[in-house]
Design a protein around this ligand. Structure first.
Ligand SMILES: O=C(O)CCC(=O)C(=O)O
Length: 300
């Protein structure tokens, strides 16, 4: 390992248990030359597993036949018009995530053979983690900050999301954006908004312009987010998450064989942790609410 001022600082951090204040320096983390050279390979006609592993992001064109995508679009529109014709239940922590239960005709997109054929090239023994819909509609036009998904997941870090656009997606309608190669930094020890200054302004950003039928693959540690929806149709994307079948959080074996591994699927983090950041934040919020309520009662 390289030893230098940063390594010294980390040793001091570990020794004292006190967070050091690093100066905010732009462009502190540099992209490697090999990754930078590979970026044009991210946009592909047939899936190149080596380029995907190198970049942590791949856009594969024309994967889904037109009749399949038409069927999914119809199912989505009928779900949207019948189940949530007016306002949907918006999760304030992630306004783009659809929380309403999905009908079976769109709840199993992750079983699509054309997609499985591609993901099985990464994980021959293929496990399923989860599926959800991420939308930019009139209730969620804002940007989503840069983050990595791995800190929100359970099980191992080796996961791949497949984003399936149901509408067209581009920078104008709040399309996803990705920082290629950032998955090589691994898990960053916390969740939420990444200070993008640490790689800005030189680190290349991929903002794909995709049509229904194309798919995007992203590693679970890749830094990503999205800009605001400023024009165009509502952005509708399904996120299908896959992983090696041996991951204890796999809920279904989709390809290959499984080993007799231990499973996490019947348990939630709230059952595992006696005390955690989440429970402490919940307690602190309850305390804030209590103090606010007692202050407003005391006010004349
Ligand atoms: O849908 C988006 O714009 C980004 C959502 C996202 O990355 C997430 O929910 O983890």
């Amino acid at each position: 390992m390289r030893v230098g001022p940063d390594a010294d600082a980390r040793c001091r951090y570990l020794a004292d248990g006190v967070a050091l204040r690093y100066p905010l320096v732009k462009n502190m983390l540099k992209i490697s030359k090999d990754i930078e050279k590979s970026i044009p390979k991210a946009d592909m006609k047939s899936f190149d597993v080596a380029a995907y592993r190198m970049l942590g992001i791949a856009v594969v064109r024309d994967v889904l036949p037109e009749h399949v995508i038409k069927e999914w679009q119809q199912s989505w529109h009928s779900f949207r018009n019948t189940r949530i014709p007016t306002l949907r239940e918006v999760n304030p922590f992630n306004p783009v995530e659809v929380t309403e239960p999905m009908p079976s005709n769109i709840a199993y997109l992750y079983k699509c053979p054309e997609i499985l054929e591609i993901v099985a090239k990464i994980y021959p023994d293929l496990g399923f983690f989860r599926q959800r819909f991420l939308i930019k509609d009139q209730q969620s036009r804002g940007p989503i900050f840069i983050h990595q998904d791995c800190g929100y997941n359970i099980g191992f870090l080796e996961k791949t999301s497949v984003f399936v656009p149901i509408s067209r997606m581009n920078p104008d309608n709040g399309g996803l954006q990705f920082f290629p190669g950032t998955h090589h930094f691994g898990y960053l020890s916390d969740v939420s908004e990444i200070n993008i200054e640490v790689i800005a302004p030189e680190w290349p950003k991929i903002r794909p312009n995709v049509r229904p039928g194309d798919i995007i693959l992203m590693h679970g540690c890749t830094w990503h987010g999205s800009g605001p929806h400023v024009s165009g149709p509502d952005r509708v994307v399904a996120q299908l998450q896959y992983q090696p079948a041996s991951d204890p959080s796999s809920v279904e074996l989709l390809r290959g064989t499984d080993v007799d591994h231990m499973s996490l699927t019947h348990i939630t983090p709230s059952m595992i942790f006696k005390r955690s950041r989440v429970t402490r934040l919940t307690e602190l919020q309850a305390e804030v609410n209590r103090l606010k309520a007692s202050r407003s009662e005391a006010e004349p």
